[in-house]
Design a protein around this ligand. Structure first.
Ligand code: 1PR
Length: 588
């Protein structure tokens, strides 16, 4: 490849340093990372040479620096029938026939690791030599000159441009999470099956097209402004979206990269994607029943026990099977909530980790897992930080984690002290994995009051008066699966958790849960108007009309349901067909 100048790397670390970094070393690196200042660029002297051996056609080399949900990419590659060879030294990059670089986490810490290990230079060489390369998400951003994320910070300097943050002031929610449309700028081959269909994005930073980089840009995406969705030059590709999480369309992107020759003519395009789609999410509340089996259950206003003499835990199916089914049915995301996580230690709950591992082998849309994410000391006195718990969930296949009770405690503390300690689970996990990976799940209950001054929390005027003729209500947050009410409202909590680093809010409602009478529109409007991060409406869906209602009357980005899907009352495809009929864009 001509005319590509790579930024110079000033690391003193040995180029032969083994690359099999542990998760904890990555975390330490990230936590210790201080803002880089931009370094001047100069021509590089290449000191790394490829050895003569090279891998066979069904093997792909993966650059995983250990920072998160690379398991999804691994699973997608294996699903497509390829073997994976992990990069351990810079030479492995130079020897790679086909290299995939799924960048995860924050720009600065990724550059820090790449530079210290000598990988940055090897990557530049691989790309300069026009060797087959596919960067994903941060793996695209790192190719640019620099990023504003905790910076400015130098990138690899292969593509002109600065990676900047989305602007939430123009009404677009940041992070950009969800399924969006591409505008193809030039023939990029690997995108040939996408056409007018949506692909999955999750990011707060993006690179912008310009005259300087236009020869690289193969597609753009519009979200407030047009940003670079993919680049292609020769054999070098990179995508800002996540093919491994974009369902069958995403798998076809990977397949075309892995085996360009196997592709025939372009398929006709069937979708109608034009902008960010509203998401339909299937939620699986999971817990161990009285026989010790992990089952999908479902509550009525959070009570998951049958109203029978035996009073057993309601059993609606097996978690892995149901998740697989919902993926096939077109769910845009699948969420697992480990609903007894508040009292059982989740890392002791190996079946839940197994559920995640098995699900992520066959489900190629985002997976969220929640329940029990907090600091914990086990019976032997061993202390586990919430970050360790979350890391285990990420390693097992989660793309996002969701925090319930612990986020309430963190918000209460912050409101009391006005000090961000950086020590809460929410702050720590979003610092390491990025706020797009952290959902806060709110479990509020409606409390009626006579007037707005009766409580210190934000109230709404209710459309129907309460049991004693009350005209107002506030939404009280609860912890421990709705068992304990706290002195904080959902409105106050939502605003504080956004400040502390939440990337998304899962907004349940205990009053509506399992009732099938529709979402609590007042609550969802209140919260989705109060924050600039995406809000997932949850609790109460009973018919397809409830989904169109919530999207028409509120600013919710997604709607989640459980009971109607588990009981097979309304298939996911019917929900989507109805939304399309009502003019609401969804992924098909
Ligand atoms: O507090 O961090 O350990 O997290 C616990 C998590 O488990 C929280 O996200 C909390 O919402 C959830 N949870 C705890 N207890 C229950 C319960 O039901 N007893 N489930 C529970 C909450 C609510 C929704 C449900 C929707 C849609 N489930 O996720 O799926 O209401 O239901 P529907 O469509 O049938 O109406 P922590």
């Amino acid at each position: 490849m001509e005319g590509v100048a790579c930024a110079s790397f000033t690391s003193s670390a040995s180029k032969s340093l083994s690359f099999s970094l542990s998760q904890s070393s990555i975390i330490t690196l990230r936590q210790n990372y201080h803002n880089n200042t931009l370094k001047s660029k100069s021509p590089r002297k290449l000191v790394i040479r490829a050895s003569s051996g090279s891998s066979s056609g069904s093997v792909v080399t993966l650059l995983d620096y250990g920072a998160g949900n690379v398991r999804s990419v691994r699973n997608a590659i294996r699903y497509l029938g390829y073997e994976i060879e992990d990069v351990r030294t810079p030479k492995d990059i130079l020897n790679a026939d086909r290299l995939i670089f799924p960048g995860v986490g924050a720009f600065a810490s990724a550059m820090d690791v790449l530079t210290k290990t000598g990988m940055a230079e090897a990557l530049c060489t691989h790309i300069e030599n026009d060797r087959p390369f596919l960067g994903i998400c941060l793996g695209l951003q790192l190719l640019f000159d620099s990023s504003e994320e905790n910076g400015p910070v130098n990138g690899l300097g292969l593509i002109p441009g600065v990676v900047g943050r989305f602007n939430s002031l123009n009404g677009f929610r940041v992070p950009h999470i969800g399924w969006n449309a591409l505008q193809i700028a030039k023939d990029s081959e690997i995108l040939d099956d996408i056409g007018d269909r949506h692909v999955y994005f999750v990011h707060s930073y993006r690179a912008m097209p310009s005259n300087d980089n236009k020869e690289w840009v193969s597609s753009t995406c519009n979200y407030g402004d047009d940003f670079i969705a993919s680049i292609r030059r020769g054999n070098v590709h990179a995508v800002q979206f996540h093919p491994e999480k974009s369902g069958d369309v995403g798998l076809s992107v990977l397949r075309r990269f892995l085996n360009p020759k196997s592709q025939g003519s372009k398929k006709p395009t069937q979708g109608k994607a034009s902008k960010l789609a509203k998401r339909v999410i299937a939620c699986l509340d999971v817990r161990t029943n009285d026989k010790g089996d992990l089952v999908v259950t479902k509550g009525d206003q959070y009570d998951v026990r049958e109203q029978t003499k035996e009073n057993e835990v309601r059993n609606l199916g097996k978690p892995v099977e149901l998740a697989g089914q919902y993926y096939q049915d077109g769910a845009d995301e699948v969420s697992f909530l480990n609903i007894t996580g508040f009292r059982d230690f989740p890392l002791g709950d190996l079946p839940m980790l197994q559920v995640l591992r098995h699900t992520s082998e066959n489900v190629f849309v985002p997976l969220t897992v929640g329940g029990g994410i907090r600091d914990f000391t086990d019976a032997n006195g061993r202390y586990y930080s919430s970050l360790e718990v979350a890391s285990e969930y990420f390693r097992s296949g989660a793309d996002k984690i969701s925090i319930g009770s612990d986020a309430v405690y963190a918000a209460e503390e912050y409101i009391k002290t006005k000090v961000k300690t950086g020590k809460s689970s929410l702050e720590q996990i979003s610092k390491v994995y990025g706020n797009q990976a952290v959902v806060v799940s709110i479990d509020p209950r409606r409390v009626y009051v006579q007037g707005p001054n009766d409580v210190q929390f934000k109230t709404i005027r209710v459309p129907k008066p309460g049991p004693n003729g009350e005209e107002y209500a506030w939404y009280q947050c609860t912890v421990n699966g709705g068992r304990e009410g706290r002195s904080i409202g959902a409105y106050e909590l939502a605003k504080v958790v956004e400040e502390l680093g939440a990337g998304e809010i899962l907004l349940n409602c205990i009053d509506c849960d399992g009732q099938g009478k529709g979402f609590d529109i007042d609550l969802i409007k209140l919260i989705s108007d109060a924050v600039s991060i995406p809000v997932i409406a949850s609790s109460g869906a009973g018919a397809v009309e409830h989904f169109s209602e919530v999207f028409m009357k509120t600013n919710a980005s997604a709607a989640l349901a459980a009971g109607i899907f588990h009981r097979k009352e309304v298939p996911i495809q019917s929900v989507k067909a109805h939304l399309l009929k009502e003019g609401i864009e969804v992924r098909i």
